[in-house]
Design a protein around this ligand. Sequence first.
Ligand code: RB5
Length: 149
Amino acid sequence: MKKKIAIGSDHAGFALKEQIKKWLEKEGYSVRDFGCFSAESCDYPDFAEKVAKEVAKDRNTIGILFCGTGIGMCIAANKIKGIHAALIHNEFTGKSAKEHNNANIICLGARVINFATAKKAISTFLNAEFQGGRHSRRVKKIERIEKNV
Ligand code: RB5
């Protein structure tokens, strides 16, 4: 079953989010848009929080966040328990975010990469598999830090 996708952006990521949303829907994904809904200036943590909370409560949903650099969205999303948000820029980081980090949210910078590169990075992430093994041990260590034990 194809994963559901929760998507969000601030004003800087809005145009790229709209392009990616249309493309993902064409590819057959079910996409839920958590805003923003215009290019008017707004604050990225508001949308990172909404998408991250949705992903944290539903294992079958992955999140895609866009801001100018992807950095602010990534920092904010990682504050929600259970979220492993990764900043990706290209096919290599998209693939690694899944294979090594088992990320459940990816963040992209609309002022860093264009639509074509974003499509390739996202598609590589969506089609990759977590590799487990040594990567599992490392991801579990991150989870242990989160639990503070
Ligand atoms: C907005 O100007 C910009 O700071 C924001 O989109 C993002 O890049 C923050 O990390």
